[in-house]
Ligand binder design. Structure first.
Ligand code: FDM
Ligand code: MG
Length: 216
């Protein structure tokens, strides 16, 4: 595990398909946590970094890359931020993240890459204290705004990704919670807020566990 101080920030991740509400809910949680202390909101891919610029070109279909190569770039994009995440948590800042390694594995495995091969490069990243998987039924998803024209934004791909997100190996030693994302924004937020506050209280009472490494 990573070295940490006695009191550290908590690390929460939002996962799900495109248009599942991750962005809205992660920002609402960040706002809620700001009432108790400093918060850092982040998203993956971070398109601003060196690897992120290539990822952005790939997603906007300006460049092509082999499935293996883009998979490793997505993972590298997280490793670029890993030290910063650990440092922020160590400083007592809560970190809220829109997508993480779980999207990395689910989207690449959905393209046909071997699941364990996909998981390997992300093994050892900082583990979240809670993952909220927002799920919406395909019919609810269809009611939401139309897909954009980035790569992966089509029904066939989303259907395959949904199946990959069900794999138990994705959730091994991970505090994973399925959240019904078909409900009203405020209802979903209240449920997540209650869970997060319970996790924070338990940590305060039992002492903070060190930040574990993902899938180790
Ligand atoms: N995506 C995202 C991946 O394929 N692998 C990853 O590791 C991550 C973090 O990139 F289709 C996909 C998921 C999505 C696309 O993400 C861009 P946003 O959240 O829609 O910007
Ligand atoms: Mg998208």
């Amino acid at each position: 595990s990573w070295p940490t101080t006695a009191s550290r920030g908590m690390f929460f991740v939002f996962e799900g398909l495109d248009r599942s509400g991750k962005s809205t809910q992660s920002k609402l949680l960040a706002k809620h946590l700001e009432t108790v202390g400093p918060v850092k909101w982040m998203c993956f891919p971070n398109r601003e970094t060196a690897t992120g610029m290539l990822i952005d070109l790939y997603l906007r279909k300006k460049i092509d890359l082999p499935d293996e190569a883009i998979h490793l770039l997505f993972s590298a994009n997280r490793w670029e931020a890993s030290r910063m995440i650990v440092d922020e948590l160590g400083r007592g800042t809560h970190v809220v993240c829109d997508r993480y390694a779980f999207s990395g594995v689910a989207y690449s495995a959905a393209k046909g890459l071997d699941f364990e091969w996909c998981r390997a490069p992300d093994v050892g990243l900082p583990t979240p204290d809670g993952v909220f998987y927002l799920h919406v039924t395909p019919s609810e998803g269809a009611k939401r705004s139309a897909f954009g024209d980035e790569r992966y934004e089509n029904t066939a791909m989303q259907t395959r990704v949904r199946e990959e997100f069900k794999r138990p190996a994705l959730k091994e030693r991970v505090a994973w919670r399925d959240v019904d994302g078909s409900r009203e924004v405020g209802v979903i937020h209240d449920e997540i807020k209650a869970t997060v506050d319970a996790i924070r209280l338990a940590e305060q009472e039992n002492g903070h566990r060190p930040i574990a490494r993902l899938w180790v």
